[in-house]
Structures are given as C-alpha cells and as structure tokens.
Design a protein. Sequence first.
Length: 604
Amino acid sequence: DEDKSGEERDAEENLREIPFSRTSEIEEIQRAISAENDRICTSLPKKIENVKKEPIMGIKRSAELLPLIDLDFSVSFSLLDLPPVNEYDMYIRNFGKMNTKQAYVQCNEDNLERDIQTEEVETLEKWTQHPGESALVSGGPTNSQDMSVNGALTPKIDSRRLANFLQSACQVIAVLLEEDQVATQPRWKLGSRQTSLSISDSCFQLNTNQPFLHGRKISCLYVSQVQRQTLLSVHGLPEKAGDGLLNRKSIICVWNIWQPSSPQKILICDSEVICCCLSPTKTTLVFAGTIDGSLLVWDLREDSRMHPHMMISETDWTFRVPTFSTDGILNSVNHTSPILAVEPVSTSLYTDQNYGLSGVSYQEGVHFISGVSVCTCIALGDNVLYLCHVLSLCFPSLFPKDVRQRMPQTLTIKFLSSNPNHFIVGTNIGLVGHGTRHDLKVLPKLFRPQENGLRSISINAIDFFPFGKPLFLVGCSDGSIRLHQMTSEYPLMQWNDSTNGQPVIALQWALTRPAVFFVLDASSNIYIWDLLENDLLPVAKQTIPSENVVTMTLLGEPEKANGLLGIALAKECGQIDIQYVKKKWALPQPEESEKLHLLLLQSF
C-alpha cells in the first residue's frame, strides 16, 4: 500500500507538470484503460467455466498472470527539434567556405547612435536664369545659415576664346563625321581600283579629285613634326592655262589624313613652288620656296574673310594668299636663285644628345638653301617675321680648294635634330658638306663615299636618324645608299647595287623602328631595309603598278606603341595614296636600338 501510494503520488506530480489540455486527455486514456481492466476481470470466471476442455493448470496460470498485465501511460517527447533557418543564418553557416572575409567600416566615430553612420550633407539652394533679364543672372545664400540672397553679375564673354573653342570643336566633329562616312562608302572611292600593296595591311586615298587640282602634278609632300596627321602637298602649275583666280598659280593643300574627303586649307601663290614645310613647334605657319627664289609664309590662323573665295561645284572654297613674301625685298639684298629646300629648326637643344658636337641656344626658325647660300627666316612672336641672309655661310666656303674648283651645286639641306647648330648639305659631286650656323670650324668638313675621287653623282635624299644618335642616310643618283655618322668622314656602311642602278629619289628612316628605313627609286620601286634582319640587301621590294610615283614620305606616331606607320605616295597623275605598313616592319622590337648600335660598332 505504501508503494502504491508512492506511485500514485509520482503520477500526480507528473500530471501537474503536464499542461492542462494534455492532462484532460491523459485522464480520459487512463479511465479507458481501467474500464478495460475491469471488464477483463469480471468476464474471466465465466470463460473458465465455459472452457472445460482446457487443462486446469493453464487456467490457473492465466488467472494469475492476467491481474499482473496492466497498461500504463508514458509522457511523450520530441527526438529532433529543428526550427526553420532564415537567410542570415544560412549565409553565416556557409561563410568562410568561399575564400571570403567579412569587414566593416565605421564612419563618424564620434557619433554613437546606431542609425547614423556618416556625416550629414550640407545643401544650398541656388537659382539661375539665362539669358538674364537684368545684370543678375544667378544667386542664392552663401552658406546654409545665411538666408540672404547674393547675386552674380553677368560674366564677361571672351569672344576670342569662344571662337577658338568652336573652331577646335567643329574640327573634331568634322573628323568624327568623316570617319563615319569612310566606314560606309566614300564617294571619291567609287571609281577607284586602289588596293593594298604586299608590304601593307590597308590603304586609303586622299580626295585629290577636286576641280581645281585637275591637271596638276605633285612635286612635294611634307608631314608635320608636331601633329603627325597634318600633311602638305604641293601641286604645280596646271597643264592647260585658263582664266580666273587660279590661272598660272601653284597650290599647296593642307590635309588632315583622318579627314581625307577634302583639304583643310588651300594656299595659292603666283610662282612654281619647289619645297615647303611647317613651323617646327605648331602647325599654324606654312613656309614655301619657289623657283624664282621667293620665300613665302602663310599664317593659317588668319580669318578666311581676308582671302578670296570661289564657288566650285556648289562648294565655297577659300584660297589663301601668302601672309608674307620676299618678293618685296629690294634686289640688292634679295636673291633670284631657286630655293631647293626649306627645313624647320626646333627652339631648344638636347645637350645630353650632342655626342661631342658643339651647340648653342637659338630661336625658332626655318632655314633654306638657294643654291649659293643659306638663308634663315626667324619667327619672333606670332605675327612678326624677319628675313635675313647669312652671307658667311655661302657653300663654296664649306669645301676645300680642290672641291671648290669643281663649282659644286648644293641640292638639299638637313639639320641635326639633336643639335640643329650642325647642318649637312648634299651636292652634285657625291660629297656631303658639313657646316654650323655659329661656329667657324667643324670636323669633318666633308662626308665622302668609300671610293676616292669626285664623280658626277647627285645627292638626292638625306635623312637623319630620328632616335637621337648622330647618324644619317644618303641616297644618290647612281642608286647607291650610304650610312654615315657625324664624327667620321667615310660611311659606316655603303650599298651600291640595291636599286640596280636606278636613282634614289626619296629615302627616310622608319619613325617607329630604329633599324628600318624605306627607299624609293626612279622606277617606282619601294625598298624596305631591316638592318637587324639583313644588313646587305633590302628585306622587301614593292613595285607600284600602273602609275609612276614621284615622291614619298612617312607618317607615324613614334610616341605611341601601337606601331602605326604609313607611307604617303604621290603619283604622277596627282593622286595621293596612304599605305599602312605591315606590323613586322612597324612595331618596335625589344632592345632594337642596342642591337643596332652593336651592329654598327662591328662594321666600323
């Protein structure tokens, strides 16, 4: 009884711990179990009496076991309790398994409130009105605490600055429109059969199919040293004389190669132009030398209304006359010999690249030769030009007595870019003279070919090495090519049979590769030399089909590493082609200058 009372007390305590809803349910279950037990016990004697065939021992054992069998209730419990996982918990659980780290930044450390993380932004209200109805066009408080209104006066308009901006902006827009037109189908190419040469990847033409350029041969091409996309082309006198403004006049076209549909500026003069160049620091001044000895200068910044206009093919063209000409100088101080070459001279010296050559500072200017003397045109300021003759630099004085007896004729002139105090002149006897503008003595005085003696060979082309070293190439009328250095009388290298005896009419170093140069001969053959690949023969030869090429010049961007290198070819018919050279001859090679220097040391 004590045990039973103890069990009842434990059951009662368990029931107290179970919530009320579940307690009532358990009590019903217990009552059902007790009723079932009572029913079994009352019905058991009747069953024993009815079953007479069963053994007495089995009935007795069953009677003893049945009171012991009882059903009881056990409190239920959960084996697994897993609440739903939210997005943040899922992110934290997977964090660290994807090579990620968690960091935070706290702004406004002095503010400890949780809902503010950054400084408050100060704002001001301003107003404006354009065009202004009065002197005030805008206003508003000067700070957030000041509520007074302060107005701003109408700004002064700088008309010159506005005009310069509009001019440059219009040019950019015109170039973009031109590129879009070229990308579709340029009208001036419809009847052209122009294709790329085997030495080039692509090509295009400048639109020289203008009415005022018909029947004019091109005598000279020149590319600006500052703006590499600016090209000058000299068109001679027309084959058939006519009436009007352009009768018996030479024409110089100023091109932007990115806008090939028409020239940017058109310059005219009364005499035949032999040579031309642009100012050395900016493309605003054009210089030209004529066959009658005149030096002409055009200032491209002049207003177009200062020059004559003509309506041609429903287009209004402006033909600019020279800003300055030496024709007005008295004959006692002027000269009448043809100007064979004009060369720009930079304004500063690179003393670390003089290579032992003396140098002085000087002003910007353009030098030219007239066959007997060197002349200089010095630009002082933007609009004032002074012309003077340097009589002390007459070319006969550059040569020894035995050479002067041959009366050498000077044909071309070039200035050393690293030290423009030094210049060299090509002659018609195979020699190259060496002189300076300020020093009296210079060594060597002459640059000779490997063969001794004087021959009737003209120096048709000279080009200085554009990568700092004092080297220059010489192209001759007998087809020979020489590589000289400024400190030696005889050439480092000489090639006599590279053009099969055809005269060299143009020659120029590649602007992007120190070891590569291009040669054009009188039979319209272009030769490409790569001294690192072959220092005995050219590595490529290209014959220009159908038309004779009268001159060439190179276009490139040496300050960029894109390897863009083009050849501008002027044909006898007046057409100008731009051929972009294949990348293997245009892209700079690693340590190319050092390899070329070692090659020249071995040949010296």
